[in-house]
Design a protein around this ligand. Structure first.
Ligand SMILES: *Cc1c(COP(=O)(O)O)cnc(C)c1O
Length: 436
């Protein structure tokens, strides 16, 4: 048996995996597989935890859900209910957030290549903040604001030159990064000079995001002292005082037994205390602290359910167990060697007996979900559960091989609710234009 039971997840008296008071076997039957199941109570608990920690420390703050981790109408509505703001990184996410009823003032827009149309939409919708990433964006946004005769609240995204010791593909705060104005080479300072001279920009602060799936608080403390150092310098030389210091997201979560992240609240505590100390030492007025957790709010709340199909046992080489999904709804293993834990949802107490590689149905050898998983004997028809799949799973889903994207259900207090329908074959051709 191996399982990562978070939140309301437990093994019920039938030895089935139960989440949010719902038997996952029932969910698989009712909604089909592959299926994403989200424990809404856990999402709420995580969201509240961040806000409460700041409040307890008496620090003005904003907790912004980085919605690229998982974006659909229902999740924005849960965030809104819990008093969170949200980040968007495209007009598509912005549209979804607005449709869900998110207050435009509570939306911040990120991205290293926002298009003219995207920026214009954001300005038209009066969104709360645009996190300006580069010089080209300054030019585009200036033109839009002049044309519309509007002022936009902005933050400058800077690259603080911090190596956060995580996987290369998800490391963003180092100097060699496509994101943000580099501090060390003077780009950040140049950006400040430009936007300070423009009446259409209301510069309220700075932003950095040092990476993702970070376990230690050291990198965050380094980033916060580097950022305060920058602000102190800018106050001295440009008379600029930041109202907001945005330190991004990236708090680690547990995917496999050996992962040992801190509780989300702990990261917040350390960050807030570090900023407080750094500001106090420099007699800098404590700015409002913004954080942008994505993964740490939704990853552990998400579980994927699959039906086991074919097996291929190659003596002395490897045993392949194929499920009815794969890289189409979860590309993280194929993309960056992500590791996961899987269990048999219909027999949660069975002892581990074999090592298998859990693979999907896609026509790629790299279509792997879990490499070398230690599992009970897996047989066709079993319902396989993969834990901690709530972040960057569904949101990266594709229609490769023309497989429909799966359904997503929210479970809470014994009730399940479909929040994203499974795509139909008709959906798959809905944007196609036939020749005749
Ligand atoms: C992706 C991203 C986040 C969220 O990262 P997580 O690891 O999911 O917490 C926050 N801020 C920015 C700017 C991002 O790009």
């Amino acid at each position: 048996m191996n399982s990562l039971l978070f939140g309301t997840a437990k093994i019920n008296e039938k030895k089935h995996l139960e989440i949010g008071g719902c038997d996952t076997l029932q969910l698989a039957k009712e909604y089909g597989t592959p299926l994403y199941v989200y424990d809404v109570a856990l999402i709420r608990e995580r969201a509240q935890g961040f806000n409460e920690t700041f409040t307890d420390l008496g620090v003005k703050h904003r907790v912004t859900y980085a919605s690229k981790a998982f974006s659909c109408l229902a999740i924005y509505q849960v965030m809104k209910e819990e008093g969170l703001s949200c980040d968007v990184v495209s007009a598509g996410e912005l549209y979804t957030a607005l449709k869900a009823g998110m207050d435009p003032a509570q939306i911040a827009f990120h991205g290293n290549n926002k298009t003219y149309e995207e920026l214009a939409l954001a300005v038209d919708e009066n969104i709360g903040a645009i996190i300006v990433d580069n010089f080209y964006e300054i030019t585009l946004l200036k033109e839009i604001l002049e044309n519309k005769n509007k002022t936009q609240t902005i933050l400058l995204r800077v690259a603080p030159g911090i190596d956060a010791h995580t996987h290369e593909f998800i490391m963003t705060g180092q100097e060699d990064s496509k994101f943000g104005f580099d501090i060390n080479s003077g780009q950040a300072e140049r950006a400040l000079q430009i936007v300070q001279g423009e009446s259409h920009f209301d510069l309220v602060g700075v932003h950095c995001h040092i990476g993702s799936q970070i376990f230690s608080t050291d990198a965050f403390k380094m980033a916060s002292s580097k950022m305060v150092e920058l602000l102190v310098d800018w106050r001295k030389r440009y008379d600029f005082v930041a109202q907001i210091l945005n330190l991004g997201g990236g708090f680690g979560v547990k995917y496999i037994e050996s992962d040992d992240p801190l509780e989300g609240k702990e990261y917040v505590r350390e960050i807030a205390l570090s900023v407080k100390n750094n500001c106090a030492e420099n007699e800098y007025p404590l700015p409002e602290i913004w954080i942008e957790p994505g993964r740490s709010i939704v990853a552990e709340a998400g579980t994927s359910l699959y039906t086991v199909g074919a097996r291929k046992d190659i003596p002395t080489v490897r045993n392949y167990v194929s499920v009815d999904g794969g890289m189409g709804e979860n590309i993280r293993t194929a993309l960056y060697d992500a590791e996961y834990t899987a269990a048999i949802a219909n027999d949660m107490t069975a002892p581990n007996e074999e090592i298998v590689t859990i693979t999907g149905k896609y026509c790629e050898s790299g279509d792997v979900l879990v490499k070398n998983a230690s599992m009970p004997k897996v047989k066709p028809g079993d319902i396989l559960a993969m834990f901690s799949t709530g972040a960057y799973g569904y949101s990266m889903a594709s229609n490769y091989n023309r497989n429909p994207r799966p359904a997503v259900v929210f479970v809470e207090n014994g009730h399940s609710r479909l929040v994203v329908k499974r795509e139909t074959y008709a959906d798959l051709v809905s944007a196609d234009v036939p020749l005749y």
